[in-house]
Design a protein around this ligand. Sequence first.
Ligand SMILES: Cc1cc2nc3c(=O)[nH]c(=O)nc-3n(C[C@H](O)[C@H](O)[C@H](O)COP(=O)(O)OP(=O)(O)OC[C@H]3O[C@@H](n4cnc5c(N)ncnc54)[C@H](O)[C@@H]3O)c2cc1C
Length: 403
Amino acid sequence: MDLSYGAEYEQYRGEVAAFLKANWPLEGDEAGLSHAEQALVFRKRAIEAGFLARSIPKAYGGSEQPADALRGQIIREEFGKAHAPGDARGIGTMMLVPTLLDRGEEWQKQKWVGPTVLGETTWCQGYSEPGSGSDLASLKTRGELVGDGWVINGQKIWTSGAHRADYMFCLVRTEPEAQKHAGISYLLIDMKQPGIDVRPLKMMTGTSEFNEVFLNDVKTPKDWIVGKRGEGWLVSRTTLKHERNSIGDASATEALFKGLLDLARRSKRGGQPAIEDPAVRQRLGEIEGYMLSHKYSGYRQLSAQLKGENPGLIATMNKLNSTNIAHRIAKLALDLLGDDGMLDPQGQGALMGMAPKGAPGWLSQYMSSLGVAIAGGTANIQRNVIGERGLGLPRDMAVQRSK
Ligand SMILES: Cc1cc2nc3c(=O)[nH]c(=O)nc-3n(C[C@H](O)[C@H](O)[C@H](O)COP(=O)(O)OP(=O)(O)OC[C@H]3O[C@@H](n4cnc5c(N)ncnc54)[C@H](O)[C@@H]3O)c2cc1C
């Protein structure tokens, strides 16, 4: 099995590395800009050079490159090594932009895609409600068309970044008479208006990254709807088709594992480096096995994409695997840290392909690993999807009952 990318791609890797050498980190006056400003300057250059926003048409602020999963992967690898800003992360670029490109009106694409891709405009995702998480289609927030606009009332919960977001893309029940899934519309809402009450929820890390959002007679224009009335469920699913340039990337997991090995070398067990302890070695070996299978499963996803095939459930499996492995790594790290692992959690844990620094960072990483396994559909729900669609098992009884 030859896992190298081949001469043409290695030459491309050289071009990416040369661009990074010339453009990151910023120099001169630009080096004094804030981190967000530097990222903006750099992203504009990287888009112009064809390295970022590759699947986005030029008309909407992207670099419009032919779909090539391998080039996308090389860019991610090289940008990661240089700690350079990649495509603006966040729910807006990952979920709203692909949805608008697929289902949005021309004016919606012109207005929102470019600034979102650059990270200038930020979004939050208003899907979950109290009582409607895994069973999302049971959501109750109502939207009524009054004159030339929608009036929205209800409550969203676990809304990440709502306290910073400029807009929310939101699932709202607009056809109360219709069947569960058919009664939902996909609306866009300006977050800076009266009637929106954002209340931060404190997480166990001590930070407040998600919120409750109360919507009381909130207004949005009639045409700030993506797709038609009652098509919101379908619209929210289209995002999944747009993963052509992404793969189940194992590099973040590998970076975490390297950090764990480093910790095992530095920590002591009975006066010896912990990495010499057979019980620790056994757990490390087990994690490394999972990690390597995740990495090769990522290559399977990549190969399928290169052949123009739909990677299907491999992507779901990779997400499930990466959250499981990240949790195992953080758990072993806490065991190695002993009492130090009880220090106040700090920061975000792993960032930009680097393992956490110090005991508080590992504790934060451990706590976040629990949340990541829930966000975007819980691990159990993903197992259901793999079982039902991949293995052909009968549908979940609870889902059948709720229809
Ligand atoms: C860090 C984080 C960020 C989030 N950000 C956002 C956001 O920005 N916007 C947003 O809309 N939502 C967000 N969420 C919410 C997330 O999508 C929901 O928490 C998730 O879908 C689960 O819903 P729930 O919390 O209501 O749990 P429930 O659906 O009540 O599930 C509770 C437990 O029951 C299990 N379960 C439920 N149904 C089944 C079933 N049919 N079969 C097997 N097991 C089942 C689940 O796996 C889980 O263990 C975020 C969550 C987290 C943790």
